[in-house]
Design a protein. Structure first.
Length: 172
């Protein structure tokens, strides 16, 4: 894989991740609409009122570290991770890609290039937060054959470009 190809796959993965975060937040808002208030998040600015004191900046630090908002239940990481895990495992096991990956034109495959098993998908998705710690788990993407991250290497999967419809139709 050339440097340009590696850069393009990393960019496509980043685009897919951003889209999937939007999907997860929409799912959370849908849960709120259904009456599951404990899943509802409060924007950081709801807790800050003028005049500002040093104490008010704890919310800003929390927002920068955990995302852009925190939950009223006090466990934002657990709830967000749970919604993300369920969404990603369902999409990856059923289709081999999430909605963001579909838009970006990438797909998750195993080491043989086939659809990964449900076990591989669960292991991969459970390790994504580990890879996200200071982005250290993404360093291997610059050096591995298929730009695999830590969670890809452990689960023996990788993200690659999905075949275009015209390529699939000509093969069948």
């Amino acid at each position: 894989m050339t440097s340009a190809e590696r850069l393009v796959i990393v960019a496509a993965r980043s685009e897919a991740l951003l889209i999937d975060f939007v999907v997860v937040f929409v799912i959370r808002w849908g849960l709120k609409w259904l009456g599951w208030d404990y899943v509802y998040f409060q924007p950081v600015l709801d807790q800050v009122a003028p005049p500002l004191s040093f104490e008010d900046f704890r919310y800003t630090a929390s927002a920068l570290f955990w995302g852009t908002m925190f939950f009223s239940c006090g466990m934002p990481e657990v709830i967000l991770a749970g919604v993300w895990l369920v969404y990603s495992v369902i999409c990856l096991s059923a289709f081999g890609k999430t909605l963001g990956m579909r838009h970006s034109g990438v797909v998750l495959v195993d080491a043989r290039g086939a659809k990964p098993s449900i076990g591989q998908i669960i292991v991969r998705q459970l390790l994504v937060p580990v890879s996200s710690i200071a982005w250290l788990g993404f360093i291997p993407a610059g050096f591995t054959a298929h730009a695999e991250t830590f969670h890809d290497l452990v689960s023996r999967t990788y993200v690659t470009f999905a075949p275009k419809r015209s390529e699939v139709e000509t093969e069948c």
